[in-house]
Design a protein around this ligand. Structure first.
Ligand code: ZN
Ligand code: ZN
Length: 148
């Protein structure tokens, strides 16, 4: 698996710079795991990332995959997504978006926010509260499943 698009390359570059500040290097394993995640943005679990990354890197362990995913999440390069009672999923899309889960096929898609949408204004926050993170999670049927 190789990363081709300019935006994916710049994301790898940001990761490299970010971990360099902690004296870490962008090792082959770190790079490979992030590339796998960037390569197919369907919100895989850590186990799925591991299964995709393993064939090209025999020495890779599940613990390493967890470790790399944690460093990516800590740096805000990857979002942890909790959609149901299942495992944590990982999202490498850095733009503002919500998630749409199809209740039929289980697919998880990114849905961009409308330009200028301000989610904070949709809710009445108690006095003195402030929002630091927001997750939009929509559930329904995707176009394919709706046709069936
Ligand atoms: Zn996403
Ligand atoms: Zn579906």
């Amino acid at each position: 698996m190789t990363v081709k698009t300019p935006s994916q390359k710049s994301q790898l570059k940001r990761y490299e710079e970010s971990i360099a500040q902690d004296g870490l290097r962008l090792t082959r394993q770190r790079k490979h795991v992030y590339e796998v995640l960037l390569g197919r943005q369907d919100h895989p679990t850590a186990m799925e990332v591991f299964l995709r990354a393993k064939p090209e890197m025999e020495t890779l362990s599940l613990a390493t995959v967890y470790n790399v995913l944690e460093t990516l999440a800590d740096r805000g390069l990857v979002r942890k997504v909790h959609l149901d009672s299942g495992s944590t999923r990982y999202c490498a899309n850095n733009s503002k978006h919500g998630h749409f889960t199809c209740t039929q096929c289980g697919g998880v898609m990114d849905v961009p926010l409308l330009p200028g949408a301000e989610l904070e204004k949709l809710h009445q926050l108690p006095r003195g509260y402030t929002v630091t993170t927001q997750e939009v999670s929509l559930r329904g049927l995707c176009a394919d499943c709706r046709k069936k």
